[in-house]
Structure formats: C-alpha cells, structure tokens
Design a protein around this ligand. Sequence first.
Ligand code: ARG
Ligand code: ZN
Length: 888
Amino acid sequence: MKTSDSIPVKYRKDYKPSAYLIHETKLDFDLFDDHSIVTARLKLQANPNADPSDSLVLDGEELKLLEIFINGQKLESAQYETDSEQLTVWLDKVHNLNYQQNSFELMTKVRIYPNTNTSLEGLYLSNGKFCTQCEAEGFRKITYYSDRPDVMSIFTVRIEAAQQKYPHLLSNGNQTEHGKLANGRHYAIWHDPFRKPSYLFALCAGNYDLLEDHFKTQSGRKIKLEIYVDKGKLEQCHHAMASLKKAMAWDEEVFGLEYDLDIYMVVAVGDFNMGAMENKGLNIFNTKYVLAHSDTATDQDFEDVEAVIAHEYFHNWTGNRVTCRDWFQLSLKEGLTVFRDQQFTADQTDHAVKRIEDVKVIRSHQFAEDAGPMAHPIRPDSYIEMNNFYTVTVYNKGAEIIRMYHTLLGAGGFRHGMDLYFERHDGQAVTCEDFVCAMEDANEYDLKQFRRWYSQAGTPELTVTSEYDELHRKLTLHVKQTCPDTPGQSNKQPFHIPLKLGLLDKEGKDLPLQLAANPEQLTGDILHITQLEQSFEFTEIAQQPVLSLLRNFSAPVRLHYDYNDHELAFLFAHDSDPFNQWEAGQRLFARVIWQLCAEQEAGEVMQFPLHLVNAVQNLLSSESLDGRFKALALTLPDIKALIEEVERVNLDHLIVAHNFLKKELACQLEMDWLVHYQANHHVGKFQQDKTSIAQRAFAGVCLSYLVALEKPKAYELAVSQLLNSNNMTDAETGLKLLMHSNYEDKQQLADDFYQKWQNEDLVVNKWFMSQATDPSDPTIERVETLIEHPAFDLKNPNKVRAVVGAFAGANLAQFHRKDGQGYVFLAEQIKRLYSVNPQTAARLTGAFNRWKKFDDERQRLMCEQLQGILQLPDLSKDVYEIASKALG
Ligand code: ARG
Ligand code: ZN
C-alpha cells in the first residue's frame, strides 16, 4: 500500500527556475513495431536567472539508456546516474567542460516500447499508428529532458519508419526534408521555428486518409489545413474542417489573432485519454471530437466537434505563443481558452442556450468538485499527480473567472487587456498573476480583491433579502457572502462578485437602476459585491418590483433568495434575461421536487401542484422562444445538481420525486406533448440548419414526456423514431428513451441497433452508454455483460467511459444501489484498469468523491470500496491521490 510519506507532493510555493536551459532540441526517432530508438541532441546552457548547479538533472521515465555523450565525449558510469525518474549528470566530473559559461551538447540514445504503452501518455502505438500525448508530463517517457513548461526550445525532428506501414510521418512545424531509405524505410524531417516547451511536442506516424484544404488569413497568407483520420473515415471530416476555418476567422475578427505557421494539421486517434491536444501545428484529437456525419453523429456531437476544434486552435495563442510557467498556472491557458471557445460557440449558435448549457456543467459537476475532497482553487497550491488537475474547476470555473473580467471591463476593456497580455508576453512562459496585471494595467482597474478567485477554493454563497418602502419609493437589498471551508482552507476573505440584476415592474419591464449612495457600487446593471455584508438602496422605484438576480449567471456562486411560486412563475414568463427565465423555471421545478421529498419523508401521499401546468403550457406554446431554449426549460433539474443543493440527500426519495414530477407533467399535458412532438418531428429530408436543430431538440424533450407515460402508443412513437430516422440525433433519442423505459422488446431493439452500427465505434459507444445508464433494475447484470462484449476494450478510454464512466457518473439509481453492488462493480473496474491506464482509472475513482452526501449505509459501502482501492499493490499515484483525498 502507498503511504502518504512515500508519495511526494509538489507545491506551487516551491517554484524555482530551471538550472539549465535547452536552446535547441534535435530528436531522431527510429520507429519499429516492437520498440523505438530515440536519439536526442540538446544544446544546453546554464540559466543566468537560476542558482548555479554542478549537476544536470533531467526527467526520464520508463527509458532504457543506451548511450550518453557530452560534446562528443562518451560518459563513464561515474559521471552520471539514472533512477526510475531522473538522469543526473555530474558536470563537474566531465573533463574540460566549462558548463557555467559555455553552452554544451548532451546526446542521449534511449530505447522505448510504444507498442506496450497502454497509459496513452508519451509515445504509443494505437491501432497500428504511432502518436504522442505529452501534456502534462509525458515527454519524459520519450527521452531525458527538462520536462517543464518554462523550458522552451527550438525543435528539429527526424522520423524514420517502414514506408508501407507508416507512409505519413508528422511532427510540429514545417517539413523540411523527406526521402527513401534502404530496407523499405523512409524518413521525414520537421522543423518548428517557434520555441516551445516539451509538452507541445507531437509525433504521428501511420497510414491515414487525408482531407486537405486551406485558409487565407486576414493578412493574405495561405495556410495549408490537413486532417488525418483512419482509412475510410474521410466523409466524416468535413464538419471538422469547416469548423477549423470558422475558428480561424473568428479569432482574427474578435481578437485580431492570426495563425503563424504555414500548415495546421489535425490527427484523429481512437485511443486517447482526453478530448484533444493543442501540440504546435499538429493537434491530436480523440476521434469523438473530429468525426461527424449526420448518420452517425448527433447535433450535440456536431456542436462538440466545432467547440473542441476551436478550443485547440485558440490555444495556438492562449497556451502556445504564451504558455504557462509551471503546471499550477494551468488555468492561465485552459480557463482562458474555454472562455474563448464558449464565446465562439455562442456566436455560432445562440448565446442564451450556450450559457445555460455551460452553467449546467458548473452546477452539476464543478459545484460538486468545489464542495468535495478534491476542492482546489483554479490555481492549485499543490498536487500529487498533475493529470488529476485537468478538472472542471481549472477549466470551467477558470472560464467563469475570465468571463467576470469580460463582465467587469466590457468587451472593449477585455480586448485591451488581451492585447496588452500578448504585447508583454508573446514567446514567454508566464503566470496567472501576469494575466491579472495585463487586465489591470490595460484598463487602470483595481483587481486586488478580484485576485482571490485564484487563491480561494469553494463556491461562494450569496444570501439576498429585500425590503420595499412604498412611501419613499425605495428598494433595499441586503447581500451577505460566505464561502465554505475546503480542504486546507478556512476563513475565506470576501470575493469581488459582479451581481448582474434587474428589477421588473408589473408588466415585466426592467426599471431603471439607481443607487441612493455609493454610485461606484453599480456599473450599468452590475452590482459590485465586495464585503461580507452590504446593503444597497435603489431609488425611484415606483412599485414593488420582482427581483431578477444573478442574471446570465454573472458569477460562479450559489444564490439564495426567498422567491415565492408567484414570483418564479412571473420571471419564467417575463424575465428579459433568458438565462434567468430558464433559471426561474428550474427553481419552480426544484421546489416541487423538494416538496415531494418532504411529503415522502412525512409518509404522506405526493401531491402534484397544479400551478405548474399553466407555466409549462405557456412555455410550450410560446411562439417567440427558440426550440432549444424550450427544450432546456422543459427539462427537469439534473439530479446531480439537486444533490448539491442539500447537506445530505435521501437519494431514494429524490429519484421517486423526480420521476413522479416527470410522469405527472406527462399526464397532465399529454395532448400538448403529442401536438408539439408531431409539429416538430420531421421524417422528410434531413436538414441541419438552426431551425431544424432546434426542432429536433424540442421534439426530443416532448417525446421524453410521452415515453414517461409508459403507454404502448408512446413507445410506438419512440420505436418509429428510432427505426425510421435518417439522422443520429433522432435515432439516439429514441434509443435512449427506450433503453431507459420498461418497453418489453427493448433488448431486441438494442441488438438490432448494434447489428446496424457495429462498425462505427463512436455509435457503438452510444449504444453502450444508453444501456449503462438505464436506471431500471437488472442494469448491473447488463453492465457486467457489456464489459465482456467483444466491442468493449479496457484499453480504450472512450469505451471505458461509455460503459463504466456512464454507469458510475450518470446512472444514480443503479450506481447507488442499496446493496452496494454498483460500488463493487466500479471498484472492480478500477482494479482492472489502474496499472493499464492510471489516468482513466483515477477519473473513475472520482465517482466516489461525494460519498458524504448519502445515507450512513451507502457511506459505509463506498468507504469500504475506497479502502480496498488503497490496499492495491503498486497503486498508481493518480488513483492514490483521488482515493486517499476522498477518505481524507
Ligand atoms: N491541453 C489539452 C486541452 O485542454 C488537454 C490535455 C490534457 N492532458 C492530460 N493528460 N491531462 O485541450
Ligand atoms: Zn485546453
């Protein structure tokens, strides 16, 4: 068993610049099916900004050192040492080496085994093709190097491999040379003119299908665009290509940022731990975020592909041209780039819909992380395994923090800050503090207090009360802020919270906002919350208004305000802020759900509140609202988000209440659901314009209510949608609804679906997922058989996520079975996986993180599994960190 003292913790406060810099990096890859030889020639120099050192220490893991030379001198065993993590060269023992003054060349030759590398980190062979994943610390599995983002170097890479099997040899930058060799081998040489850290290195070698196109930049340069995919997938690449061109144009238009190399390549691979990776000029993607055709991908998949293509492209400036000094600064590039991709998607689709979707992620996942054992600030202070910190906090809460600058400074002020950030830091590895300074200086805006968003973890809570004084026509708001303690942090200091608000008159119109005193506390419709307790007096308020608070979710906080049903229904019908309109509906639903839980608790019969019918009916028949908005507004609050609203949850009651409400709404409005379903569901020619996408989303939600009726007629509609659709959006909706229902022939439908799609991996994953998330009872047995299915592969993270991840993360009823079998199943999968793929195993382990929310018996059962995991022999530090902190 790993103990806490055998596992090193890294701290942000310990940062020291690297003792040696690497000006040039020349890599030689000799690729073979069963091993590879990597020769590195590094031009090193003592770092004038670091403490001098007589030893050169380089990172290296799972490398077999074959040769080592300095300035052409072969080193003897007394001059260096290797262990499982490092190479140390005693430079003072190397003859005639003036290592403090002059630069020198280190040459190492190592052997590695990409064919047995199942961690999908470093260089690995997957599906007959070589590829790399180096972020965060994977480059050290390729060669000995100073594998840290503040060591930046010019890379030249030579790749050699068998020509027939690996006709494409790719790396970063531009190809400068290629040619044929003896024995059927060939080579290519790539040179990247931009200095970069090792985590942005990439290599791909294989036999791909290639889609080619180009983009003309605003300054008139012609950029070659290339997408490499598995043979036969070419017709699924056009959407990714179109998305790339849109992203390139958008970044020029909105941020004035132009692409810098002459070629931009994207390679799609089936075995990938994450979504994608922004390697300079050579992005590597999970196939899930490249391939999209309407036969096999849903409207949501199309949107996701567009967003991830854009995200990786945007990293070229926010991440690559300006990179991170150390990994504690990860949100510097990720929070910023997520914000940029969110804005891009909003511009391509619908701002309100996109905002709601993003906030749902925050509420269901980030709030949970912030309240659990892994809570960390967006700029963490410590970690055991960096890969565990690619989190919703660093990414999505990080993006919320960036969004708040945009809210506080306006689009123009934000742009000025960005311009100054690039002007100051292009070509550098910097910190979050440097970003704050750029925003501050460009706008002469004091962000001293705002900086606490980087250092304090936990979700702040705002409690608001109000009084209306009719005589003096004034409204007083009292606002209190608190932030719960999180591991290692207590007594938080107040945050600077932009609270966007509106006061609605009887007609639902916004009243003008004006403060009686301290006008600097209000900018437009943004109230600046800066203290633990504050009161604000609004004047000239002629009638008692309805409050619309935290419009557009202007800060990542929980808001408490004692709305009554009437006010919520009013906001649901009238709020001009579409986010809060949606929010009011969700609050209405949530109140009902909690009320239904209370009734069960008291042993009473559950009562359906009829006032909901009206509100829902109005929304359904609204002519002005978009179909996607309607779909979101008609979807009941996510159970995961609801769990985060309470201290401890009675999960059984919550699920019963949720189902009861869904079924009641289905019954009460049966005719409406049917009418709207029929009006929005089309079987004719497939179209993918905004209107058609919106109609499919709306029709899908209508169908979900119909299926909740559990009537043969409704099942028939779903079956017909599944079998007769000409697109995956409709097919998947039908499949999912049926798999989660009690429809008696569902197994037959599942089998037929598999028969039809067995050669499309991404569709097979949908098939896996729809079954793994079936909340009904024999699912645990079903899931046991799914992992034995020939299409399942423990080595493929997409498959693991589709079955095990979906079961543990999105099937609350079955994962949290009272008999604990769900927990046992998950722990067993973690046991099978932790040495195969530590990163993916650690992600799965996170499903236990919220154990404290549940009843005593479930808590006991979850802890038992966590303890078992901690007893595993040679436990990876990835899983160790998650499991030990969970029990913490
Ligand atoms: N930088 C990549 C992205 O956000 C993610 C890489 C994550 N890799 C990892 N091993 N955790 O686009
Ligand atoms: Zn990213």
